[in-house]
Design a protein around this ligand. Structure first.
Ligand SMILES: *[C@@H]1O[C@H](CO)[C@@H](O)[C@H](O)[C@H]1NC(C)=O
Ligand SMILES: *[C@@H]1O[C@H](CO)[C@@H](O)[C@H](O)[C@H]1NC(C)=O
Ligand SMILES: *[C@@H]1O[C@H](CO)[C@@H](O)[C@H](O)[C@H]1NC(C)=O
Ligand SMILES: *[C@@H]1O[C@H](CO)[C@@H](O)[C@H](O)[C@H]1NC(C)=O
Ligand SMILES: *[C@@H]1O[C@H](CO)[C@@H](O)[C@H](O)[C@H]1NC(C)=O
Ligand SMILES: *[C@@H]1O[C@H](CO)[C@@H](O)[C@H](O)[C@H]1NC(C)=O
Ligand SMILES: *[C@@H]1O[C@H](CO)[C@@H](O)[C@H](O)[C@H]1NC(C)=O
Ligand SMILES: *[C@@H]1O[C@H](CO)[C@@H](O)[C@H](O)[C@H]1NC(C)=O
Ligand SMILES: *[C@@H]1O[C@H](CO)[C@@H](O)[C@H](O)[C@H]1NC(C)=O
Ligand SMILES: *[C@@H]1O[C@H](CO)[C@@H](O)[C@H](O)[C@H]1NC(C)=O
Length: 883
């Protein structure tokens, strides 16, 4: 039953693919009549008009002489862009998939001016290439292998003042994700040769429609065969039987085959793919065997014999660069035949540094553009490249993070209609200027929810109704003059349109009601500790002089940080024999590199959000060093095999110790607990204050605090949740990352992550350290650890709070102080949480109280007495309020 169903499914799939022509192909004939859809007979490729991908530009046709020499129809038409600086095609793709993207240009004197224009092309937010038309009669192309990070790609033509940009063809071909893998960046076409062939090839000889050209040298002899597609055993690179059927061999049969080139820029990075297959039937006493050397490195490939009718692709797994790049294919001593090579591909690495603008912002601004029919030159990515920033916008740029729109200035732009709700999605907006337009309707309430908004100018419009009272706040400069129908609260009950408000008002009121209730509860919870919290801040200011950053790298790992292949990882982990941990993102294995233990975290393929993002984030994380952060020593990024190699932490995670899963011998005393807390807080402080841009951990919890052999603590997994879906996070679109129980309630409400979100999570960890209780109790009465601690704090009995397993072995002042810090950290209102630097210095004070007592205890042999004595010595102002 199941089998027959599967079979039917497979059949349907086959039929669908055949109907579509070329699966995974997008072939656009630029400048063709709208609606045109045809199959180019000589290529069997289906082309469609570009009308659905662009709104700007002018359609053109090459001269009739040119159409007679260029017989393929997709080359006859083109689209040129006499207007606007940047004009863009927007093409839907599958984000995270690998594509070969090719743009072709045939000038063909379409404008009768016989000139050679030069212009730039952009791929999304990045410069892709400068196109220089060298010969009006020759089709030029630019080709790149690229993984889009958004669900569309924008190909933009930029007028640089050297002639009108134009484009003839755009082609996208879906590739398998695990071929053409790079350590970083995209691959730009440099050369692709079908060796031994006298004709160029593309689809359908090549399943991926790569362009293969002829490239032969005098001292090479051509070999050819006529093996059919069916007889060839292909690999994932699928060079195709037609391409593999020809090969070259040295004319002097004892000489090597040499492939060499001199890059213009010796730092340019290359990836090389060589395809081999034996195409001659060898007799039993014939052998063909060779070695390949790469530059001076002689053992690049050794004693290799190509198999008959079977493709082998040899490639560089790391980029190669230099003044000269040279591959020599050398016949071995035992070989009776000279070496051969069938095809070669050479690419250069193209690093696209600039991230595309945050997708929600792009969607919002695109909607605003269409609602108001904005006639400005708004094309392509709104924020990037900076040189082409949309007129009227400004954006924030933070390293590799996506730019965000911070200013929208549409003053004097002839806007009509209502204020568009899409503006509410520009959540980072600081300046909104809509003055001197013809906007009407009411001022929407959502404007007051733009938390970062500082200037809101709506002067000189025809807005009406009530100004939302929530817009009257000190943080916002509001300008609404010269709107004759606008009125302030209480003055305009008469004018207000009651009908439209009658439904909205109760909803707003009830939503507002909940929020107010929350705030009131939080305020009550807080008042008890408020005075104290001020004192906490004050003391921080005094102690802030001491430097907090101990930026030394005490890592015992001597080996180089590096990129590991999947086969390296298999070796390191001895084929994944020892599992030391499991999480939502995958499994952690014990491994060894030169006898040094390491923890290898293999990410489950479904958990990684973006291929390029992974690479970029991991490279950033490898640069972070601090004694309280686990060092990332390397990573593996081969297709779906993604792994992170960390220093190994012998004593597991904090939670195991607190929950008693670790052996009793490692039971944590109060002092040890505080040291761990100081360590973890210091690590967090370094991420926030010592890194540029600051790194939000996003997932601070006791299982992410690891202990080494000396029980020194290090934070792990920082920065990962950015590209990894955490436990339970199955919905890719959700922006909330983190672990239940540790998650900042404000982040949950607003979706806005701040450095105080990590402080909240750390506060929860601190409560665990103090109480030894689980974060969310099984028994309903206790609920969340912070609720429970708040409820027992009032009793003033430290023994009711502190972990009973400590058996009274602690200094109560020290514990009270820790409780006070922890409860401040878990304040529901982020502004009231202390900064992480304050947390570190307060915890250090708490630690000094604890250690002082140990000294006293040794002399007096009594904890409780000594605790009292110490308390007596303390200034009353610094006594914890919590009592
Ligand atoms: C073009 O025509 C083919 C075959 O008729 C069809 O499968 C395809 O969907 C059409 N493409 C577009 C974009 O209309
Ligand atoms: C342009 O290319 C054509 C065809 O290859 C060639 O005949 C012609 O001489 C070239 N023109 C120039 C100006 O190089
Ligand atoms: C053929 O190549 C070998 C090795 O490179 C060389 O020693 C020999 O002189 C070459 N023969 C001819 C005829 O060029
Ligand atoms: C192969 O071996 C046979 C006999 O063993 C011999 O006659 C023939 O010439 C050899 N062929 C080559 C190419 O060496
Ligand atoms: C080919 O490689 C093998 C193995 O390293 C080596 O023994 C042999 O000398 C090499 N042959 C040539 C011609 O370089
Ligand atoms: C918006 O742009 C106009 C003119 O382009 C300028 O006069 C005005 O100051 C800008 N508004 C803000 C808030 O910068
Ligand atoms: C207001 O906009 C109009 C056109 O929409 C323009 O002519 C005028 O100069 C603008 N006034 C100011 C003060 O910017
Ligand atoms: C805001 O963005 C969300 C998610 O992208 C979208 O669902 C919603 O429709 C947008 N809101 C408006 C008013 O456009
Ligand atoms: C301004 O809005 C009022 C209603 O709010 C309307 O009666 C009037 O015609 C509008 N004026 C212009 C110039 O659009
Ligand atoms: C804004 O709020 C302040 C104080 O909250 C109040 O005095 C003032 O009247 C308000 N202004 C408006 C226009 O409502």
């Amino acid at each position: 039953m199941g089998m027959s169903l599967t079979f039917v499914g497979a059949l349907v799939l086959v039929i669908l693919i055949q109907a579509k022509g070329q699966p995974g192909f997008i072939s656009i004939d630029c400048g063709a009549e709208p609606g045109v859809n045809y199959t180019e007979p000589s290529l069997h490729i289906n082309y469609v008009s570009d009308a659905n991908f662009i709104n700007t530009g002018v359609r053109g046709t090459i001269t009739s002489e040119e159409t007679s020499t260029h017989t393929q129809r997709q080359l006859w038409r083109l689209r040129s862009f006499p207007e606007g600086k940047r004009n863009c095609y927007k093409i839907s793709v599958t984000r995270g998939s690998k594509y070969l993207i090719r743009t072709s240009f045939l000038y063909g004197n379409y404008d009768g001016r016989n000139i050679s224009p030069q212009f730039d092309i952009l791929l999304g937010a990045n410069l892709w290439a400068t196109v220089t038309i060298k010969n009006a009669s020759i089709t030029q192309f630019n080709e790149i292998i690229h993984v889009p990070s958004l669900d569309f790609v924008q190909i933009c033509l930029v007028n640089t003042g050297n002639g009108t940009p134009f484009i003839t063809v755009i082609e996208l071909r879906t590739l398998k994700n695990d071929i053409y893998v790079t350590e970083s960046g995209s691959l730009e076409y440099y050369l692709r040769c079908d060796l031994g062939s006298n004709t160029a090839h593309r689809y359908s000889d090549d399943a991926y429609d790569r362009f293969w050209r002829t490239c032969d040298l005098e001292d090479w002899t051509q070999l050819s065969a006529s093996i059919s597609d069916d007889s060839f055993s292909e690999n994932d690179y699928k060079p195709g039987a037609t391409i593999m059927n020809t090969a070259v061999t040295p004319t002097n049969s004892s000489a090597p085959l040499v492939l060499r080139w001199e890059p213009e820029d010796p730092t340019e990075q290359f990836y090389v793919y060589m395809h081999f297959a034996e195409i001659q039937l060898l007799t039993t006493n014939q052998t063909r065997q060779f070695n390949i050397s790469q530059n001076a490195e002689s053992g690049w490939l050794q004693n290799y014999s190509p198999q008959y009718q079977s493709v082998l692709t040899i490639y560089t797994s790391s980029p190669i660069s230099g003044k000269e790049i040279k591959y020599s294919v050398v016949r071995t001593e035992t070989s009776s035949l000279p070496p051969i090579i069938n095809a070669i591909e050479i690419y250069t690495v193209k690093e696209f540094q600039q991230s595309d603008t945050f997708q929600t912002d792009v969607n919002a601004i695109t909607s605003i553009k269409s609602v108001y029919a904005v006639t400005r030159d708004w094309e392509g990515d709104p924020c990037a490249p900076l040189a082409y920033l949309w007129n009227g916008l400004s954006c924030s740029y933070h390293g590799i993070e996506s730019p965000r729109i911070t200013t929208l200035n549409l003053s004097s732009s002839g806007l009509q209609g209502k204020i568009d709700p899409s503006i509410s999605n520009l959540t980072m907006l600081e300046i909104l200027d809509l003055s001197n337009n013809s906007l009407n309707g009411e001022i929407p309430d959502f404007l007051s929810q733009l938390q970062h908004l500082k200037i809101l100018n709506m002067e000189k419009n025809n807005l009406s109704g009530l100004i939302p009272p929530a817009l009257n706040k000190s943080s916002l400069l509001l300008r609404v003059d010269q709107n004759p129908y606008l009125c302030e609260a209480d003055q305009c009950n008469m004018k207000k349109n009651k009908k439209s408000n009658s439904i909205v008002a109760p909803i707003v009121a009830s939503v507002g009601g909940v929020l107010i209730l929350l705030v009131v509860v939080a305020a009550i919870l807080w008042t008890a500790k408020r005075r104290k919290a001020k004192a906490l801040m004050l003391r921080k200011d005094q102690s802030a002089i001491s430097p907090q950053h101990t930026d030394q790298n005490d890592s015992s790992l001597q080996f180089q940080k590096k990129i590991y292949s999947y086969s390296d990882i298999i070796k390191i982990t001895n084929n994944f024999t020892r599992i030391v941990g499991k999480g939502g993102f995958g499994t952690v294995y014990l491994g060894y590199i030169q006898d040094t233990p390491v923890a290898v975290k293999m990410l489950s393929p479904s958990s990684v959000r973006g291929y390029q993002q992974f690479q970029a984030e991991v490279k950033l994380l490898m640069t972070v060093h601090h004694k309280n952060l686990t060092s990332l020593v390397g990573y593996c990024n081969e297709g779906t095999n993604k792994g992170l190699v960390y220093e190994y932490m012998e004593n597991g995670n904090l939670q195991e110790h607190l929950s008693g899963k670790q052996s009793k011998t490692s039971f944590l005393s109060w002092e040890k607990r505080l040291r761990i807390a100081v360590d973890a807080a210091s690590g967090l402080e370094y991420l926030q204050n010592g890194c540029k841009p600051p790194i939000f951990h996003r997932d601070v919890k006791s299982t992410n605090i690891l202990l080494n052999e000396h029980l020194h603590a290090k934070l792990s997994d920082f920065g990962l949740s950015k590209f990894i879906l955490t436990e339970g996070g199955t919905d890719v679109s959700t922006v909330i990352a983190g672990t239940l129980g540790y998650l900042d309630p404000e982040y949950y409400l607003t979706g806005r992550l701040t450095e105080k979100s990590d402080v909240y999570s750390f506060g929860v960890v601190l409560l665990e350290i103090i109480t030894g209780q689980p974060v969310i109790a099984k028994n309903e009465e206790k609920g969340h650890i912070s609720e429970w601690v708040r409820s027992v704090i009032g009793k003033g009995d430290i023994n009711a709070i502190v972990d009973s397993r400590l058996d009274g072995e602690f200094d109560s002042n020290s514990v009270w102080k820790a409780v006070e810090i922890a409860t401040a950290c878990v304040s529901p209102i982020s502004n009231r949480r202390p900064s992480i630097s304050v947390v570190v210095s307060e915890l250090k004070e708490s630690l000094s109280l604890a250690t002082e007592v140990v000294g006293t205890k040794d002399r007096s042999n009594g904890t409780s007495n000594s605790a009292k004595r110490v308390a007596m010595n303390l200034n009353t102002e610094s006594l914890p309020q919590a009592r």
